[in-house]
Structures are given as C-alpha cells and as structure tokens.
Design a protein around this ligand. Sequence first.
Ligand SMILES: *Cc1c(COP(=O)(O)O)cnc(C)c1O
Length: 232
Amino acid sequence: MTISERFSEVKRRADEAALRSGRDPADVRLVAVTKTHPASEINEAIAAGATDIGENRVQELLEKYEDVAPVRWHLIGHLQTNKVRQVIDKVVMIHSVDSLKLAREIDKRAAAAGIVMDILIEINSAMEETKSGIAAGELRQLVTDITSECENVRVCGIMCIPPIAADPEDSRPYFREAAGLFEDMKQWDLPAERFAPTELSMGMSGDFEVAIEEGATIVRVGSSIFGPRNYR
Ligand SMILES: *Cc1c(COP(=O)(O)O)cnc(C)c1O
C-alpha cells in the first residue's frame, strides 16, 4: 500500500472509532508522526490530506522543515530547554511539557517571538522510568504554577503514552485514567487566556481506536501511515 492509501485507511478507522463511541469524527485530530521518514514521504501524506505532522526531535524537524509543504507541526517528544528557541516559530503545539522550567523557557521564547504557544502536559501514566512526563498527582500544581507565571503559554490539556502493549485493550485503563484527569482539569478555575483544556493527546498506531473510544481529541499515528521505522 502507498502512504496515501495507508493514511486514508487510518483516517477511516479513526472516524469509525469516533462514530461507534457517539463522537463527531471532526473532534479527533490525526497527527501523522514522521520520525525517521523523509520530507518526500511527509509531502505524500499531506497530499493525501494530512493537516498535522508530529516530530519527536527538534533536530529532525529542522532538517525537514523547509522541504515540507505548509502544515501544522507538533513537537511530541521530550524537549530540552536549550532547543526551545529553534522550534518556537515552527510548531503549533508542544505536547511534552513536564516541568515548570521548560514551560518558563517556552514562555520566554514565545514572548520574544510575539506569540502564545499552546502546550500539553505530558503524564507518565505508568510511571515508567524510561519515559518522561509527570505523575498524575503533580498535574494540578504544575498547571497552577505555569498559568500563574507564564503569560505567553496556554495550557491546552494533557498528553500520555501508556506502556507498550501487544493488545490495544491493555492501553484502555491508562486512557480512561487520562480522560478522567482531563475531565477534572476542565473544572479548574484558572485564567482563561492561559488555560483552555480542550485537548487530550493519546493513542498511537497500536491503540488509537481505543484512545478515541476513551475520548482522545488528538491521536499520534506513525508506523500505520509510513510503515516501520529504520533508525539510523
Ligand atoms: C513515535 C511516536 C508516536 C507514533 O508511534 P507509532 O506507533 O509509530 O504510531 C506517537 N507519539 C510519540 C510521542 C512518538 O514518539
């Protein structure tokens, strides 16, 4: 299958998952994750209808950026503070904020660029040591701190990556927990210009349909669209 065919297939499956859980397919944004794949393949996905592209690493995003058709870029991987400056004017959302320090740096660079950056807080659902993200119990304090300090950042929700599982159903409890946190968040009384919890970013190739059933508003799908990754 071509990238275009695979993209359409993933989109169809996402739409169906939304419909069978009583949701509007338009409320789920598909981010095509392109790590290790060249600009030419990203452009194929864009031609097939992809509107949103996700990259993990700043370096890789910068290498491809100029060669990719205009599109909404998302930074979805761990971000070091010293790299923020390089992506601040290139991405529409940073999914992986897990410290006040990082939020402060994003705020500073966003202010310098004259923009407000949309961010998500990354939750480490199973508290895996190999993954970044904060514990669920730390969410409220971090969001309170960010929204009280950072004028050029808007906290738009949460992102999570459950442990790798062979069966997509194994992800469901983690997605359900994240959805519960997200619902809690919507009740928090924080300044609206800095806090707009509308996005729940969860679900990858192996489990995006389950994520949509549990309320994901953004799914991040790579290998089901682009094929397996060859890490060099
Ligand atoms: C690679 C990656 C994805 C996509 O993974 P696939 O299993 O290839 O769909 C999604 N989110 C993050 C943060 C990733 O690093």
